[in-house]
Ligand binder design. Structure first.
Ligand code: SAH
Length: 285
């Protein structure tokens, strides 16, 4: 059965455009960069076991902005260490942007970039054939687990690659965010595609707790201005998909109402500010 709201994932050029607009209009990357500067350094200090080369992997790296921020902090904490950095990213456009960024960023000579133009599950197969037994020091999956069919299995696989002092960093929208409220309320309309799509750190925490896997959890405050109709369009498109032709008006109207409801948004100086809070999970091996 067709999803009542068509997912943007089915229209990649439109997805890319929406994602860029979303980054522009939200504090998404700013709150991540704050975390990377203020909290991540202490986490990175504990990894590596004194080795001279660290193995790092980024799943769903996008254009690499956040990845390079983390790699810079890693270098500050471990200035004499070389880094093998596996970039796992299925989009040509994103990989291209990442490569351009690398070519224009100074002080990256200590890093060897391996470009893997593939999905996380393709990488899993590829890795098992190419590098069975190879262990990783730091793996991150930032805003990526929405795109896999089984986020828990993906977490388990990548966690299994960690050295005993390695760390797996996951960022997704928080279960307490406006997205969490929206996805719980409109689960049937929004979350019935083949990928997980509507997963939050709340879901991953439930999985980790059930499995008895240790982790630390941080909440990052983030917001998105949805005042302009363009912004309402954007939030609709980012995660909800376009309005399907067959979608009855009442679902769509109810959804727009919820976007502006206090559960999801607040009014600040006459602007409608959507709760885009993120959750960070630092998972132990
Ligand atoms: N981590 C970046 C980009 C997040 S957007 C940031 O936070 O800014 C999600 C990224 O995941 C996109 O670049 C998209 O191309 C990529 N992606 C989509 N499906 C994927 C999959 N199955 N496996 C790995 N990455 C995927």
């Amino acid at each position: 059965m067709a999803a009542p709201f068509r997912s943007l994932v089915e229209d990649y050029p439109r997805y890319l455009k929406s994602f860029e607009l979303f980054l522009e209009r939200s504090s998404e990357h700013q709150c991540m960069q704050d975390f990377i500067h203020n909290t991540l350094p202490d986490i990175l200090a504990s990894i590596g076991g004194g080795r001279s080369i660290f193995n790092v992997m980024g799943g769903g790296s996008g254009a690499g902005e956040i990845d390079l921020g983390m790699l810079a902090q890693l270098h500050l904490k471990h200035p004499h260490v070389k880094v093998d950095n596996e970039v796992v990213e299925p989009s040509n456009d994103m990989l291209h942007k990442y490569k351009v960024r690398v070519s224009t960023t100074p002080d990256l000579d200590h890093i060897n970039f391996e470009w893997n133009k593939m999905t996380a599950s393709e990488f899993e197969k590829h890795w098992q054939q190419k590098n069975p037994g190879k262990k990783m020091d730091f793996i991150h999956m930032i805003q990526m687990l929405y795109y896999v069919t089984d986020p828990e299995a993906t977490v388990s696989f990548f966690r299994s690659l960690l050295h005993k002092d390695g760390k797996l960093l996951i960022i997704l929208v928080s279960g307490e965010s406006g997205w969490g409220k929206l996805w719980t309320t409109f689960k049937k309309q929004l979350c019935n595609t083949e990928i997980s799509q509507c997963v939050t750190t709340g879901d991953i925490k439930t999985f980790l707790d059930t499995e008895g896997i240790p982790y630390q959890n941080y909440e990052l405050l983030s917001q998105m201005d949805i005042t302009e109709s363009g912004q309402a369009e954007l939030s609709r498109e980012k995660s909800l998909g376009e309005r399907g032709k067959e979608e009855p008006k009442d679902h769509f109207g109810a959804l727009l109402d919820l976007l502006r409801h206090p559960d999801c948004s607040k009014e600040v100086n006459g602007r409608i500010i959507f709760n885009n809070n993120l959750g960070v999970l630092v998972v132990e091996p």
